[in-house]
Write a protein that binds this ligand. Structure first.
Ligand SMILES: NC(=O)C1=CN([C@@H]2O[C@H](COP(=O)(O)OP(=O)(O)OC[C@H]3O[C@@H](n4cnc5c(N)ncnc54)[C@H](O)[C@@H]3O)[C@@H](O)[C@H]2O)[C@@H](O)CC1
Ligand SMILES: Nc1ncnc2c1ncn2[C@@H]1O[C@H](COP(=O)(O)OP(=O)(O)O)[C@@H](O)[C@H]1O
Ligand SMILES: [K+]
Length: 494
């Protein structure tokens, strides 16, 4: 699914109106009906419902919602913010339709006429949607503050009023909704952490926009889908042998950080690799060899660092950032030409030696979390800047950049894919190490760097989601999640 700009969303509307065909007012009616069905079926009806409307089509949705509620004997009061504009055609038509049902429609011209709003109210925010073109000010900013302070349950229609679809609204007045009912597809503004306090829980309502439009449209950002990932999984032919699936090397672990190496190694072994060697400090060798029978080992301090024969290498989890680790990074840069997975301490070392970025082998995968991303590429003003920076960097360097987070972004060659699997039970040390192991295993099996990354990131989150069948977000450990990688592969085959 593509993440569209406001202009593209308008075009999608117009395309649907022309090709379904359906009139614009009927499309609005369909959107409103979906909202009302969702509100009723999710038990959000209160004795007092206050609907705040602007005069664009978002406001039109609000008026249609009011009418559909009233037609079901559910009382709702409408407040229309009066700021000079006449209102869109569909807004006006819906206003006429509502007038024939109720007189409980209030035009607000100044804060003196704001109704009291309290905890017991349900507020529906239909002030502004995808048409917002500047920060809210004056009366609009005041009503947002009034609603936000009320403690009422707030449901935003399409997006919380004040958010821009594809750029930051940091510092601007924005409705802090408990729920956002967005139409047809997620929007970029609903993917970033900086807006999480505004959009609350998000439901995507399928209002039947024409699917063919997406086939004719291009966008920088899109969402990964199960179907796409499942299609890319390589078969394991009956006559294959361990050599078919590659020999991976993980350079991981150090004193006190051997857990990182073990987690990466276990995840690698559970992700289909043929052979795995783990490079660890001499003193730590017994920990590895007693806990993981399938992995071989090489010793960190030994001088002969030959990388010949490894189909892929992952470096970083728990290696530390001391000079000796820097020397290994340097050595790897000079002696290995295939793609490498760079994570954790190895990313921090690259951040300290930025000139080395130019030397990463083409197709290498960088997996920073936002702080590591900042160490590598400098600070960003906001989440949107960071996303756009990752996209720009992916044009500049022949690398796959994995910006980890709730919705991890994978940037490659000027395009970005968001992952939607995974949950907050993964917000624990060790989750990233697991990912490094998985990506290294997939690379070893001959997946292209991009295919290895999208597949690994998707399966990583999916394993965590499946872990919730027997664990809670609080209790689950990366070790539990690794045990569910198998279930995740099976789920893709369903
Ligand atoms: N395909 C879809 O997504 C559908 C969208 N519909 C609704 O249509 C909405 C978009 O409608 P519109 O394009 O009319 O846009 P909005 O309803 O978001 O409002 C934009 C209007 O407000 C003005 N405006 C923008 N920023 C302002 C500001 N800061 N202060 C004061 N005025 C400002 C604009 O000049 C314009 O007149 C969507 O968000 C959604 O609610 C539905 O009705 C039907 C289907
Ligand atoms: N709230 C969350 N929702 C979804 N995924 C998450 C969440 N928190 C963490 N993750 C995932 O867990 C991993 C954490 O990686 P990282 O921060 O490098 O951890 P560590 O290095 O400590 O193992 C990333 O893949 C990230 O996407
Ligand atoms: K809104």
């Amino acid at each position: 699914m593509l993440l569209l700009s406001p202009q593209q969303i308008q075009q999608w509307d117009a395309y649907t109106i022309l090709h379904e065909p359906i009139s614009s007012i009927d499309l609005m009616e369909r959107a409103a009906r979906h909202c009302v069905d969702w509100i009723i079926s999710n038990d959000h009806i209160r004795t007092s419902i206050k609907i705040f409307c602007g005069k664009g089509n978002n406001g039109g949705d609000g008026l249609a919602i009011a009418r559909l509620l009233l037609q079901q004997q559910i009382p709702a009061t409408v407040y229309i913010l009066e700021f000079g504009a006449k209102g869109t055609d569909d807004f006006q038509l819906n206003l006429q339709r509502l007038h024939s049902l109720t007189k409980d429609i209030h035009f607000i011209q100044s804060p003196d006429f704001f109704p009291p709003v309290g905890k017991e109210d349900l507020v529906i925010d239909a002030l502004f949607g995808s048409g917002l073109n500047r920060p809210l000010q004056d009366l609009n900013a005041a009503i947002v503050q009034h609603i936000n302070q009320s403690g009422a349950r707030i449901i935003a229609i399409d997006v919380p009023s004040g958010l821009f679809l594809d750029k930051s609204a940091k510092g601007n007045p924005v409705v802090t909704a408990n729920y956002t009912l967005t139409f047809q597809s997620l929007k970029l503004c609903l993917m970033v952490a900086e807006n999480a306090r505004y959009f609350g829980e998000v439901a995507v309502l399928d209002i039947g926009l024409h699917p063919l439009f997406l086939q004719e449209t291009e966008a920088t950002f899109s969402l990964l889908s199960k179907e796409e990932i499942a299609r890319g999984i390589k078969p394991r032919p009956g006559f294959s042998h361990k050599g078919t699936y590659g020999h991976a090397l993980l350079i991981a672990g150090n004193t006190g950080k051997m857990g990182a190496a073990l987690l990466a190694a276990k995840a690698c072994l559970r992700s289909g690799v043929g052979l795995l060697t783990v490079n660890v400090p001499k003193n730590e060798l017994p920990i590895l060899q007693t806990s993981l029978h399938e992995a071989m080992a090489t010793i960190r301090e030994e001088e002969d660092h030959s990388y010949d024969g490894y189909a892929s290498i992952g470096i970083g989890p728990g290696i530390g950032t001391a000079g000796s680790s820097e020397a290994i990074v340097r050595n790897l840069l000079e002696n290995y030409a295939k793609p490498v997975v760079w994570d954790a301490d190895a990313v921090t070392i690259l951040g300290k030696n930025k000139q080395w970025l130019e030397q990463l082998s083409p197709g290498s995968i960088l997996t920073p979390h936002p702080k590591e991303f900042e160490r590598l590429f400098g600070a960003s003003d906001n989440d949107f800047d960071r996303l756009n920076k990752a996209i720009e960097l992916s044009k500049q360097y022949p690398l796959v950049i994995v910006l980890k987070g709730h919705y991890t972004l994978i940037a490659f060659n000027g395009k970005g894919w968001f992952n939607t699997t995974g949950n907050a039970g993964m917000a624990k040390g060790g989750s990233g190490d697991m990912l490094t192991g998985m990506l290294t295993a997939l690379l070893a099996q001959g997946y292209t760097p991009l295919q290895a990354t999208v597949t690994g990131v998707y399966l990583h989150g999916l394993s965590a989601d499946l872990t919730l069948e027997e664990q809670s977000m609080e209790s689950m450990l990366p070790s539990d999640t690794i045990e569910n990688i198998g279930k995740a592969f099976l789920f893709l085959k369903e």
